[in-house]
Design a protein around this ligand. Structure first.
Ligand code: ADP
Length: 242
């Protein structure tokens, strides 16, 4: 569903992403891990078609994100790192706007799409509130709602549970897991338990390169009981890293 082939991104002299390759199949939830500045967001932005790669390719459902951006973007839902813009809009106004930009035209179509994501993301009680008045947890759910509105086969979620309280984290994870069966999902996270709870594969990226591509069980077994930071340290100090 997603094929990333030797993708590179330079910001001036800085090589932020340095030849990253991986595949994600339908039913996969891929956890994207790495220290701050590792190149996770940049890689996700290139797959989502928001940044052009310096070299290499990414394709989504068979469409190259550079050569066929419209077809690729139709099949992608993207939750960026920061919450959605348009703080003065209500949830319904914002999601209506997203539905229109996604090409839904009739009132019925738009109503159906909104009703679906509002229920899925538990936004009923705040649907007529301005986004700027919502708690971080609700804002994040609005972000997820806009990403899944057109029911895309590929979801790219940049730190979807960042800043949420434990209950909200649990809810968002449940939602992601429930959607995984017929989608390919890539999510970045800093939380080991999140990876164990929902991902079936892990990629660790550091200094723009893939260091590890394995199951959560194998990842956890590297240093049982340790934090994700300790595991990073172990990986980055190992010979395989050099
Ligand atoms: P991560 O998501 O893993 O924290 P990023 O992809 O955001 O990492 O960043 C990778 C590297 O690229 C970092 O060194 C960061 O400072 C740099 N970087 C990210 N965005 C830009 C930008 N727009 N211009 C210049 N450098 C950037």
């Amino acid at each position: 569903m997603v094929i990333v082939d030797n993708i590179v991104k330079d910001y001036g002299d800085l090589r932020a992403v340095d030849g990253v390759s991986f595949e994600v199949k339908k039913g996969d939830i891929l956890g994207f891990l790495g220290p701050n500045g590792a190149g996770k967001s940049t890689t996700m932005k290139m797959i989502a078609g928001f940044l052009s790669p310096t070299a290499g390719t990414a394709s989504v459902a068979g469409f190259d994100v550079q050569k066929d951006p419209m077809e690729a973007k139709k099949r992608i839902g993207y939750l960026p790192e920061s919450s959605p813009a348009y703080p003065e809009m209500t949830v319904v106004e914002f999601l209506t706007y997203v539905a229109e930009t996604r090409g839904f035209r009739t009132k019925d179509e738009i109503h159906d799409r909104l009703a679906n994501v509002i229920v899925k993301c538990h936004l009923q009680t705040v649907q007529n509130q301005a986004i700027e008045t919502l708690s971080k947890g609700y804002r994040q759910r609005v972000g997820v709602a806009q990403a899944i509105l057109h029911d895309p086969p590929v979801l790219i979620l940049d730190e979807p549970t960042d800043g949420l309280d434990p209950n909200q984290k649990h809810e968002v994870r449940k939602l992601i897991k429930a959607m995984a069966e017929d989608k390919a999902i890539i999510l970045s996270t800093h939380i080991l338990e999140e990876v164990e709870a929902i991902c079936n594969r892990i990629i660790v990226i550091d200094q723009g390169k893939v260091r590890v591509n394995e199951t959560p069980e194998a990842f956890k077994a590297r240093q049982p009981g340790s934090s994700i930071d300790e595991i990073f340290r172990e990986i980055t100090n190992s010979k395989a890293y050099a």
